[in-house]
Each structure stands twice: as structure tokens, then as C-alpha cells.
Write a protein that binds this ligand. Structure first.
Ligand SMILES: [Cu+2]
Length: 432
């Protein structure tokens, strides 16, 4: 109930000329879909999706694969697709202001990129993203380890919210200035959507949580089993961490491995209590449950930072409601500058390490995303912490990150509250 399925995408090489692709290719056709967000008996929600569904199909590849994707734009508006978290070649990053032109309605754009690191990623529209992602143009992108951890089920859990009117249609308040200057477009319905929903008591399952919402932070409580957090933003933890309440900012992902004791429920923690996002019903029992400890995922071979030689930079988040300053026609700014500058905020030599202080001088939290790279969060004790592509900086707080800029090209750096990005909170860097 209340669960739409999004199906694994089949390889469709047969539909394309043999000479066009060396490996099986994916096809993503954007277009209108009718989504079942509300429970049965209530109306369908006209949205946009890929291959007939939102979320779009799960693209599942192996680490090191070349990933060709033909994007057919049947959405009726210009668009482009960003492959969030993948360290890919710059021309495939899907950012119309920076790396390509927007794909016109009816046209096809052929993406192709390598997937160097295993993990949980996602793809989403990056043109007028505050509207197109909210309309449903996104899906999961899973890069499997060469030797994946043994589990009974590998389940993608999309966390999202929607702003619906009484008839179940998307509220047409996209680009609302009040949303932009405050916390972004919040939905009035929130759910966890599962790629599979059959589990058994005694199963060991891998849960890949993805926050695809354009604005909502998801404080999530998982009940029904014991488990460990094994990765954030696709990147393995050196040691799995105890499963406690999670917090996912927009675009963040968390992988959990869980031993199922009973139905597994996902709750959104609110001031009014726990809001039910969804439940994996447990049918039957696994006759041979795992009795081994949950092991770390294989480590990613990522570049080692040179902290002694690091360039020091500060990026200050400014503006917004109650921000006490004007930033031109936009609401938000980085370092007194709103929107895309003509020149990059900083140019890095390829392989250069940077220590960047992200300082939030605003009254709202921001999840800051860097394209084409991951970076370490610096812990309070100064040690390198989680390795992420999107980091949450609380209101009136500051966070240091350490990044090795090893991927050449022009990379967007922006708030993933997409209305904040649209109204000023973005910039870019260049790696030469
Ligand atoms: Cu923001």
C-alpha cells in the first residue's frame, strides 16, 4: 500500500545500433507519468518520470564499468541529467550552465561515463532542478562492488516528499519566492519508496537510502532489526557504525546493513512525533540467517589528501529570510556573490588539496554539494571524518572539509536545497 514500485532497468542494447555501444546501454526517456503517491482510491498524481515511472528506473552497474545512457527528452521542456556523486568526466556532468547546453524537447543526448567507485548514487534533472526534480525527474544509480557484501536483499529506499493539492495533483507553486527565501519547497506528504518490498524475518538486507527531496531534511528512524551504517554518499566507512537515528540532507545517501527481526519501518522524526514513511512487511522466515558480523564494505581507493600543503579557503553562506542583508535580486549568496560568476570561485591545480571552511551565517541549514568529487568532513578533533559529496552545515555553524581536486574541469558547488541554488547559492570551481 502507498508504495509505487520502480523497476530495475533492463539493458536495451537491442534497441540501438550495435555499433553505437560497446557495452549494454541504458535508455532514459523522460516524459509524463501518473504516479500513485496517495493511497488506493485517491487520485493519481500527474508528474514527470523516466521510462514511465517516477522514481525513474534503477540503473545498476559494476564498479569500473563504462555507463552509456541515451537520454531522450520527452519531458516537453529543456532538460539535462546530472549523475550525482560520480567522479566522471566533466563534459558528462549534466550542468547546462557549465558543462553542456540544455537538451531541447524531443532531442536525445548520449551520456557516457566511467563509474570508478562502488556505492549508492542517483541521477536527476539539473535544469530548473527546483521544479524538474520536484516533478519527478530522478532515479537511483547503483554501482556494485566487484565483490559485494553477502546479503539476502539489496533494497533502494527513496525518501521524498510532495506538495499535493486536495485532488492529489502537484501544487503548481514551483519557484515560490517565499519557499526560496526560507527552507525551500516542503511537501505535505512524505514517503519511503522501496525497490523491493518482500523480506523475511532473519534476512540480512542492505538498505540504500537516498534523499531525493528538493528541500526536506529527513531525520529517519529505522526499526525492526539490528544493523550497522556502512556507507555515506556511496563511500564505505572504515568501520561500520552502530545504527542510530539518521539525518539525510537533500541529495545525501546512507547505506545500512540490517538483520531483520520483524517488519522494517521507516519513520520521520517530527516535533509532533514519528511520521510513518513506509514499512517493509516481513513474510516468512529465513531458514538460514547470517551469523557472521557485519563487515566493512571494501575500501574505495581514493586520493590521499596533502593536508600540510593544502590551500586554505573560506566559503560563507549568506542571505535568506532573517538573513539581515540584501544580495541583489536573489535571496542567497556565497561570499557576497549571488548566482553563477563569470570566473570560478577558485582555480585548483590538478591534484591540489584544499581545506575549505564552510561557514553558515544564515538562519537555515544548507546541504552543500560539490560536483565530480568527494571530500572529507573534518571532525571536531581535527581528524578526517566522513567522506561525502554533500555536507550538511547547520544554521549559524561552520564545517571544515578537505578535498583533493583531482578531476579536471568546471565543477558546480551549490546548496542542494534546490530553491536556494536557484536563488543564488551556487558557484563553481575549475580544476586544470
Ligand atoms: Cu541552502
Amino acid at each position: 500500500m502507498n508504495r509505487r514500485k520502480f523497476l530495475a532497468c533492463s539493458a536495451v542494447a537491442a534497441l540501438l545500433p550495435k555499433t553505437a555501444w560497446a557495452t549494454p546501454a541504458f535508455r532514459l526517456k523522460a516524459g509524463p507519468v501518473d504516479a500513485r503517491i496517495l493511497s488506493g482510491g485517491e487520485g493519481l498524481t500527474p508528474m514527470l518520470g523516466f521510462n514511465g515511472s517516477t522514481p525513474g528506473p534503477e540503473l545498476r552497474v559494476r564498479q569500473g564499468d563504462r555507463v552509456p545512457v541515451a537520454f531522450e527528452n520527452g519531458s516537453g521542456r529543456p532538460s539535462a541529467i546530472h549523475w550525482h556523486g560520480i567522479h566522471l568526466e566533466n563534459a558528462m556532468d549534466g550542468v547546462p550552465e557549465l558543462t553542456q547546453g540544455a537538451v531541447p524537447p524531443g532531442a536525445t543526448f548520449r551520456y557516457a561515463f566511467d563509474a570508478p567507485y562502488a556505492g549508492t548514487y542517483w541521477y536527476h534533472a539539473h535544469h530548473r532542478s527546483w521544479e524538474q526534480v520536484a516533478r519527478g525527474l530522478y532515479g537511483p544509480l547503483i554501482v556494485e562492488e566487484p565483490d559485494p557484501p553477502a546479503v539476502d536483499r539489496d533494497i533502494v529506499v527513496v525518501l521524498d516528499d510532495w506538495r499535493l493539492d486536495d485532488a492529489g495533483r502537484l501544487h503548481e507553486s514551483f519557484g515560490n519566492r517565499h519557499d526560496f527565501s526560507h527552507a525551500g519547497r516542503m511537501g505535505n506528504v512524505a514517503r519511503a519508496l522501496f525497490s523491493h518490498d518482500t523480506i523475511r524475518r532473519g534476512d540480512r538486507i542492505r538498505l540504500r537510502l537516498i534523499n531525493t527531496a528538493t528541500a526536506r531534511m529527513f531525520p529517519v528512524r529505522i526499526a525492526g532489526g539490528t544493523g550497522k551504517v556502512v556507507a555515506h554518499d556511496g563511500m564505505p566507512l572504515a568501520e561500520p557504525a552502530p545504527l542510530e537515528d539518521l539525518l539525510l540532507a537533500p541529495a545525501q545517501r546512507t547505506d545500512v546493513i540490517l538483520d531483520v527481526a520483524e517488519p522494517v519501518s521507516f519513520g520521520l522524526r517530527t516535533r509532533e512525533g514519528l511520521y510513518r514513511l513506509g514499512t517493509l512487511a516481513a513474510g516468512g522466515s529465513n531458514p538460514a540467517p547470517f551469523d557472521t558480523p557485519i563487515r566493512p564494505l571494501p575500501p574505495a581507493r581514493t586520493p590521499a589528501p596533502d593536508r600540510n600543503g593544502a590551500v586554505r579557503l573560506t566559503l560563507v553562506m549568506q542571505g535568506g529570510a532573517m538573513g539581515g542583508r540584501h544580495v541583489g535580486s536573489d535571496f542567497w549568496a556565497f561570499n557576497d556573490r549571488s548566482g553563477m560568476p563569470e570566473v570560478p570561485w577558485h582555480r585548483f591545480a590538478r591534484g591540489e588539496t584544499a581545506l575549505i571552511t564552510l561557514r553558515n551565517d544564515t538562519a537555515f541549514p544548507h546541504g552543500i554539494h560539490l560536483h565530480g568529487h568527494h571530500f572529507h568532513e573534518v571532525r571536531d578533533d581535527g581528524a578526517l571524518g566522513r567522506y561525502r559529496d554533500t555536507t550538511l552545515v547547520d544554521r549559524q555553524a561552520s564545517r571544515d572539509i578537505v578535498c583533493v581536486f583531482d578531476n579536471p574541469g568546471k565543477w558546480l558547488l551549490h546548496c542542494h536545497t534546490l530553491g536556494h541554488q536557484a536563488s543564488g547559492m551556487k558557484t563553481w570551481v575549475e580544476v586544470a
